[in-house]
Design a protein around this ligand. Structure first.
Ligand SMILES: CC(C)(COP(=O)(O)OP(=O)(O)OC[C@H]1O[C@@H](n2cnc3c(N)ncnc32)[C@H](O)[C@@H]1OP(=O)(O)O)[C@@H](O)C(=O)NCCC(=O)NCCS
Length: 209
């Protein structure tokens, strides 16, 4: 990869199905047999919390190779305040282009745009191995807890990055995942039938059945 071999631009309606297929290819059998993320993005684009100004795709040689999207959500602070924040994803890079630096480039770009829009922090579930390269740390270090997680449970999946330094200073509280991310398995199955057949496999490293 060199600096100039890709472009990042807004997703357009005519990209939707290509992007859904890209996300399906990117997530397939990674976290579970098959995946639901292509349906999740399909639903989230129509959600009131969706941020169209942060809906980006990455293009290389005329092909879409990556995408990312953001949603508005809140932290319910222990002192009664409601603190607006962003959450993110799915983010996906096409299988042939993973682990070559494109995901980091895309995410760094999106985070800069989010900061320019005035958003103060981004929180979501992810693998610190990748997201630490883009400035994320464990959300617990910022005093933010993940909703519905029993005390003492592993929260190392829950990550945070301040876009405005100090935005979360003096805030402790509970982060809420936007409702739009919760999809029904049957709806995923129905949606998936419109895509080319793919084999679901149970593989080591998956975190859901
Ligand atoms: C996760 C994903 C977006 C990362 O994009 P990418 O282009 O593959 O990652 P990059 O090449 O930019 O990686 C940047 C750094 O993060 C590390 N990294 C990337 N993916 C990683 C992973 N899954 N686990 C641990 N570290 C990872 C890389 O080693 C790299 O570090 P290095 O330069 O020191 O080697 C991409 O692999 C993907 O689409 N995966 C499948 C879908 C997915 O898991 N999405 C995220 C859901 S939370």
């Amino acid at each position: 990869m060199n600096e100039n071999d890709y472009t990042i631009r807004y997703e357009r309606p005519e990209d939707y199905r290509t992007v859904e297929n890209l996300v399906r290819e990117s997530f397939w059998n990674v976290y579970r047999p098959g995946c639901s993320e292509h349906y999740v993005i399909h639903v989230l684009r129509d959600d009131p919390a969706f941020v169209p100004e942060l809906d980006f795709v990455m293009e290389k040689d005329g092909q879409l190779i990556g995408q990312n999207m953001f949603m508005k959500t809140i932290i319910e602070a222990d002192d009664g305040r409601t603190v607006p924040v962003l959450t993110m994803g799915p983010i996906g890079i096409a299988p042939d282009w993973k682990r070559q630096g494109y995901g980091k480039r895309l995410l760094d770009f999106c985070l800069e745009k989010a900061r320019d829009m005035g958003f103060g922090a981004v929180l979501f579930e992810g693998n610190i191995g990748f997201y630490s390269h883009c400035g994320f740390d464990y959300a617990r270090k910022f005093g933010i807890r993940y909703h519905d997680l029993p005390e003492g449970a592993d929260d190392s999946f829950f990550l945070c990055r301040e876009l405005i330094p100090g935005y979360l200073s003096g805030v402790t509280g509970v982060y809420q995942t936007p409702r739009g991310y919760y999809v029904n398995d049957e709806d995923v199955e129905t949606f998936d039938k419109a895509f080319p057949p793919k084999v679901k496999q149970k593989l080591p490293g998956q975190i859901f059945d």
